[in-house]
Design a protein around this ligand. Sequence first.
Ligand SMILES: Nc1ncnc2c1ncn2[C@@H]1O[C@H](COP(=O)(O)OP(=O)(O)OP(=O)(O)O)[C@@H](O)[C@H]1O
Ligand SMILES: [Mg+2]
Length: 319
Amino acid sequence: MLKIENYSLTLIGNDGQDLPVLENINLEIKKGTCLGIAGESGSGKSVLAMSILGLLPKASIKSSEGHIFVDGEETTNASEKVLNTIRGNKVGFVFQEPMTAMNPLMKLSEQIGEVVYAHDPLATKTTVEKKVIAALLRSGFKEPEKFLDSYPHQLSGGMRQRAMMAMALVMEPKLIIADEPTTAIDAELQIELIKELRNQIDKNGLSMLFISHDLGVLRSISDEIAVLYCGNLVEKGPAKEIIDNPKHPYTADLISALPRLVKERKLPKSIEGILPSPDSKPWGCVYSDRCKRVFDKCSSERPVLKQVGENHCVACWKI
Ligand SMILES: Nc1ncnc2c1ncn2[C@@H]1O[C@H](COP(=O)(O)OP(=O)(O)OP(=O)(O)O)[C@@H](O)[C@H]1O
Ligand SMILES: [Mg+2]
């Protein structure tokens, strides 16, 4: 459903400087599976998601290399016309900030209905309403009819995020790209929504790219997990394998920082230091200035991904 091949992207910074935000990314999502993307704030998760559908402002792009295919169709350098048919029809996008993606002056029914009309201008009112209600139900609204006339500001943060989900699901796309879709939702609703999404993957063959900085959340929904650090993939593999047997020091550090995943009553340890900005990355391994296992080679040469198990790859000189 999704193939990203040797994709690199350089954006333009505030002072006109080059920002290499993504470097040589290779990823794949098979039909009916979910790939989780993990990484700290600023690692490039949203930029990667937006690149898939050509959603980044053209003026902010310095250069890009490589290819991205959605269901066999190339989206890199595709025309707006081609991208528009892919957006919504083939791919539904759940944005990180529901408030900026929704029109504050539109009722929920109009907001979600508009997506249907955009792809089928001749749709009847009854068909549209049926589709809207079905999408709301699939996004966890118990009595969707009650919310059709609500405006975004009348909904809680969690409900707005579910409404975004409904907008993404309404055209029954084959692939959903969900960028931190559960961050504004309390823990209980989060579990419910993840269950619902996983259901859609297993029952309807939906494919999904699920972005979260929380590996605990990713474990519960993903088949595979890819860990992004400073625009570089440092590890990818089966979700269980990544959580139970992380190989890259960064993945291991992310797991130790998660209270729920730390076993034997050890206290969670936050990772020391901060993520370097894209224009001040260390020369060798991108994690070398924070890594506890660093040695000479790490600061002089960038490691590439190498296979360590079935579908499990790690970019680290120690492995
Ligand atoms: N339009 C843009 N122009 C220039 N730089 C950008 C642009 N959008 C993002 N960036 C930069 O790209 C890098 C990656 O940002 P991105 O938003 O993808 O991070 P993220 O992993 O999604 O973080 P978060 O978890 O906070 O959402 C950051 O350094 C950010 O400042
Ligand atoms: Mg983001």
